[in-house]
Design a protein around this ligand. Structure first.
Ligand code: ATP
Length: 432
């Protein structure tokens, strides 16, 4: 397990996973850019979540806009309540978020602090050419509200019966005060949220159901069960809308931290939107002939935070004999950005031609990288570091015996096999 984030941050930059945003200008705090491997990795993780949520009969998808009517955020409570207590150190002027356990400046240790004052975390901007109060809009701090305001649109257009869910993936923005820890807490990040509409009587049952479902997903995608634990919010921690909230926490190198939240939001959100919009948010249950505002069970995870958890648990440093060491990412092969590397021992013909042909065939099905530069040892090290599960090496014997070598990332085991059996062999692995 990774001990601190520094070696991961450096690997991510060196190998094209994640770069600091606007780096040539000195960067922009808590904003990150996903490089060629990072964007592919992120897409794979996103698709896994989407498939898990949408390939079932009771959940449908949505993509609502980032900018919404400002009343949405009044109704949701974000305008009045989405704030962190901000404190200034009067000695060194360091500004930070007051936590329960902090009573002195985290930077210089002084107890000479200002009283905490509320700092709203929503980014503001203006719609239209005039920057006046009337044109004020917010960048959404969560994707959930887009689902609530579309509850009736989705329910009636899709003829959904309760219980049913709406899933959404999209960017969210928060002007966070506490920064650092790489992509753990960003000012611009992506959320993957699902809102499950239920009757009040069944809310507890579905809360437990989604707790289990989410844990299974986190384990399936690659997080060990031993690095996951539930944390139930006590009364002081509960958000204003929540009846119950349990986080799946992950053991990051910075300690146990929230990865995903499961919330019983009651009928708070739909009731608020009914009140502020004047539109009835009722659901008519034809079986019981009754009409009610549904309760909501929410599952909410940050895509970037999940990416960090996956990278942290995949990162390994190993000694492999002769005092040699290697770094590898033991990523689940299904989400690894590169699944196969095709490596000819020489960049000259006719090896090149054969290797090109093999890559072209494999690329039809898998994400393949072709690399002919540098010693084979260095190329293996690079593939290990980016998490490629298999390397296919083509050597001079391949020209006569029509065989290639497949090297396994985790065990470094090598299998020699006929080129025409390669696809069957790979189909039998855990690439899918
Ligand atoms: P935290 O206590 O860590 O600030 P939160 O309780 O405010 O998180 P929620 O509002 O419940 O978080 O958001 C749901 C999920 O979105 C979190 O579990 C986390 O994975 C992710 N998330 C929240 N804020 C950020 C952020 N600033 N950067 C990256 N991911 C975030």
């Amino acid at each position: 397990m990774l001990k601190n984030l520094n070696s991961l941050v450096s690997l991510c930059k060196r190998r094209g996973y994640i770069f600091p945003s606007s780096e040539i200008y000195g960067g922009l705090s808590a904003c990150w850019d996903y490089g060629p491997l990072g964007v592919q990795f992120k897409m794979n993780v996103r698709q896994h979540w989407w498939k898990e949520m949408i390939h079932r009969s009771d959940v449908v998808g949505l993509d609502s806009s980032i900018l919404m009517h400002p009343s949405v955020w009044k109704a949701s409570g974000h305008v009045d309540g989405f704030s962190d207590p901000l404190v200034d150190c009067k000695e060194c002027r360091f500004r930070f978020r007051m936590e329960k356990e902090i009573n002195s400046c985290p930077k210089c240790g002084s107890k000479n602090l200002t009283e905490p004052r509320d700092f709203n975390l929503m980014f503001k901007t203006h719609a239209g050419p005039v920057e006046e109060e009337a044109s004020l809009v917010y960048l959404r701090p969560e994707t959930a509200q887009g689902i609530y305001v579309n509850f009736l649109n989705v329910q009636t257009s899709m003829r959904k019966k309760i219980p049913f869910g709406v899933a959404q993936i999209g960017k969210a923005f928060r002007n966070e005060i506490t920064l650092g820890h790489f992509i753990f807490r960003c000012r611009e990040f992506e959320q993957m949220e699902m809102q499950y509409f239920v009757s009040k009587e069944s809310a507890d049952k579905y809360f437990e159901y989604w707790m289990e479902e989410r844990k299974n997903f986190l384990q399936k995608i690659g997080l060990p069960g031993t690095s996951l634990r539930p944390h139930e919010h006590d009364k002081d921690e509960l958000a204003h809308y929540a009846h119950k909230a349990v986080d799946w926490e992950f053991l990051f190198p910075i300690g146990w931290k929230e990865l995903e939240g499961i919330h019983n939001r009651g009928d708070f959100d739909l009731t608020q939107h009914q009140k502020f919009s004047g539109k009835k948010m009722n659901y008519f249950d034809s079986e019981t002939n009754s009409s009610y505002i549904p309760w909501i069970i929410e599952t909410s995870i940050g895509l970037d935070r999940l990416i960090l958890a996956l990278l942290c648990s995949a990162y390994k440093e190993e000694t492999i004999g002769n005092n040699e060491s290697r770094v590898l990412l033991r990523l689940n092969p299904q989400i690894a950005p590169v699944q196969l590397a095709v490596l000819p021992l020489s960049k000259k013909e006719p090896l090149k031609d054969l290797s090109y042909k093999i890559s072209a065939v494999l690329r039809k099905k898998w994400r393949v990288e072709y690399d002919e530069t540098g010693s084979i040892g260095k190329r293996y090290r690079r593939q290990d570091e980016i998490g490629t599960p298999f390397c296919v090496t083509i050597d001079f014997d391949s020209l006569t015996d029509n065989k290639v070598t497949v090297r396994h990332r985790d065990t470094m085991k090598q299998d020699r096999l006929a080129i025409d059996q390669l696809q069957d062999y790979l189909n039998g692995t855990n690439l899918f």
